[in-house]
Ligand binder design. Structure first.
Ligand code: SAM
Length: 387
């Protein structure tokens, strides 16, 4: 029997040409995880919500949450709601499955990549036929301690496994993430489209130079290039592994981008050298104080009149109480130490404190996600300060 696109191991040993997919066994393991997650968030979570909302105390707290639009008593209320949710069997089952899938994408995904290590190693090291002319600067700088976290339960953190690139590109991405329904991403959501929609939130039709701090594997650059094909793209990150993978991906797809290993609150870019800044899935991974510093740095490198567009999970104050409990769960259970602290904070206020104007926040899709925050560096900063 022929399985879709994959040659079996015997055929590979006999000189068959690899097609860069997992083995049938690896693929089915990932398929099961993706389907479980979809079932959990698509079927069990609405049932867990109904059970929560039927609780009299939860209903009262939910009404208070809806009325408290500034999120003043959010911490106490979410703590109380968390206890109620945890007392309900459907919530516990749904969260158990979320945690199980989050661990298993590594427990089964890494062996699935290892099964074909030579093939994936060859893929990440293959020469690029027609380079796009982008650059990669690796400076080997020291990372702040918080960055060493095992984010999303990834063993060893960002640099913990040399084939994390292929793991996400060939296993977790197509079989699990593609179905949505994890963290802030709604069930069935198309995360590639969400990036494009986010880029479209830039208010102007043209940008000359766009900067992305925390660009990781440069995934947002594909979307930036789709919407603003003439813009020069520059990104920075601490992870040498992610930057190398991003550079390779960009170069092999004809996408010219300049990637630099930098700590994002000290980019080294000249003052007023960009007209656009975008951040994607970044702020919930920074301590709130670092977000404040980052906004000051982005304000510095933006030209007067330049725009910043941010996509991150929604703040607790804008979501309903059940969803706040679901998001809050990430902090203790999916390697996200700052998730709740950042969702209790206000990126809007931090942008204003850094000097930005026209600050606004709004949702683009279901479950208030992606949540966009955008703002502008005023043209006349003296006048703004005086006002
Ligand atoms: C969740 S990932 C998002 C990556 C990318 N923006 C995307 O959407 O795929 C967060 C990224 O921020 C980077 N990062 C976190 N703190 C950083 C810091 N202080 N300096 C540079 N990069 C940082 C991480 O290395 C990681 O690649």
């Amino acid at each position: 029997m022929t399985f879709l696109t994959t040659l079996d191991d015997k055929a590979l040993a006999n000189g068959g040409k690899p097609d860069f997919s997992l083995s049938q066994r690896g693929r089915s393991a990932m398929e099961i995880l993706g389907s479980l997650q979809k079932f959990s968030s698509g079927k069990l979570r609405p049932a867990a919500r109904a059970e929560f909302e039927a609780d009299e105390t939860a209903a009262k707290l939910s009404a208070q949450h809806a009325a408290d639009t500034e999120g003043k008593d959010g911490r106490e209320r979410i703590a109380a709601a968390r206890l109620i949710a945890r007392s309900k069997p459907m919530f516990r089952l749904e969260r158990f499955i979320q945690r199980y899938v989050a661990e298993e994408v590594f427990n089964t995904g890494i062996p699935a990549i290892e099964e074909r290590r030579p093939m994936f190693e060859a893929f990440v090291n293959a020469p690029i036929a027609k380079p796009a002319g982008g650059t990669l600067e690796l400076t080997g700088i020291e990372a702040p301690r918080y960055w060493e976290t095992e984010w999303h339960l990834e063993p060893g953190g960002w640099e913990g496994y040399d084939l994390y690139g292929p793991l996400f590109a060939f296993a977790v991405g197509p079989f699990v993430f593609s179905k949505g329904g994890y963290a802030a991403v709604g069930v069935g959501d198309d995360i590639a489209q969400q990036r494009i929609k986010t880029v479209r939130q830039f208010p102007k039709a043209h940008y000359e130079r766009i900067y992305e701090p925390g660009c990781g594997g440069a995934t947002t650059f594909r979307a930036l290039n789709t919407v603003f094909p003439d813009a020069e793209l520059v990104g920075s990150d601490l992870s040498a592994g992610l930057l190398k993978g991003g550079h390779r991906m960009a170069e092999s797809q004809g996408l010219k981008a300049h990637l630099k290993q930098r700590e994002i609150t000290r980019t080294g870019e000249p003052d007023a050298s960009f007209d656009g800044v975008i951040t994607y899935a970044l702020h919930h991974e920074l301590p709130p104080k670092e977000n404040a510093k980052l906004f000051e740095e982005m304000y510095r490198i933006l030209k007067p009149g330049g725009d910043i567009v941010i996509s991150d999970p929604p703040p607790f104050r804008v979501v309903d109480l059940f969803h706040a409990v679901v998001l809050d769960w990430e902090t203790e259970n999916r390697g996200e130490p700052f998730f709740s602290a950042v969702l209790h904070s206000s990126l809007e206020q931090q942008l204003k404190d850094a000097g930005f104007t026209n600050v606004e926040g709004y949702a683009l899709g279901q479950d208030w996600y992606p949540w966009i925050t955008r703002a502008t560096k005023p043209v006349d900063q003296q006048l703004e300060k005086a006002a």
